[in-house]
Design a protein around this ligand. Structure first.
Ligand code: BEZ
Length: 194
């Protein structure tokens, strides 16, 4: 483990005293919500772009052969779509452990899109929480040619399964939500061809 952020995240109580919290998922949380939630809604955040720039040494790769998983990069004018879950605060502790390889809780403004068949909710924005891996964490791999990122994803496996399955599951979930994401879909195409 390169940096265990569990204890740091226990101090990052941005929503102290709140009975519920909106958690915004932009990666595996979109397709693998293995926690209890009160409701969920498609939502987006602005000024952030989803990128496969974070190393995974504990889930989708190993210390010797890390995989690559999603994080968010600041990008002016960018919009990152995902899924927002309204959770009770006790849900965060296990997520802190699951995402301990460099991810820190951050507070961000969310905009909700509402349920597909319903009108947008009356309160269409809220402060929410994301798990963010910034470029100063030791597991951060950063940018690389897309072909190299695809190769790495195609080869990596870890205790949670193959890195390829992570990417393909994310691409499928984004497609089902009608979300356009050139970075994810280009990687998907390349990895399928390998
Ligand atoms: C997400 O889906 O938002 C996510 C999952 C794991 C780590 C960080 C973010």
């Amino acid at each position: 483990m390169l940096l265990d952020t569990t204890a740091l995240n226990q101090q990052r109580n941005f929503f102290n005293g709140h009975a519920d919290i909106w958690l915004f998922g932009y990666g595996s949380l979109i397709w693998k919500a293995d926690f209890a939630y009160l409701e969920r809604q498609p939502a987006y955040i602005t000024g952030w772009a989803r990128r496969f720039w974070q190393g995974s040494h504990d889930h989708r790769g190993t210390p010797d052969s890390p995989g690559r998983v999603a994080t968010l990069i600041r990008a002016q004018g960018a919009v990152c779509h995902g899924m927002a879950y309204r959770i009770t605060p006790d849900v965060l502790a296990p997520l802190d452990v699951r995402e301990k390889n460099g991810y820190l809780r951050e507070k961000v403004p969310l905009t909700f899109l509402g349920q597909p068949d319903k009108a947008p909710p009356p309160q269409a924005t809220a402060e929410g929480l994301i798990y963010l891996a910034t470029d100063d964490n030791p597991a951060f791999l950063g940018d690389a040619p897309l072909t190299d990122i695809a190769q790495q994803i195609a080869q990596a496996h870890g205790p949670s399964g193959s890195n390829k399955a992570y990417l393909l599951n994310l691409a499928q979930a984004l497609r089902e939500l009608g979300i356009d994401d050139a970075h994810v879909y280009s990687l998907e195409e390349q990895v399928r061809r390998l």
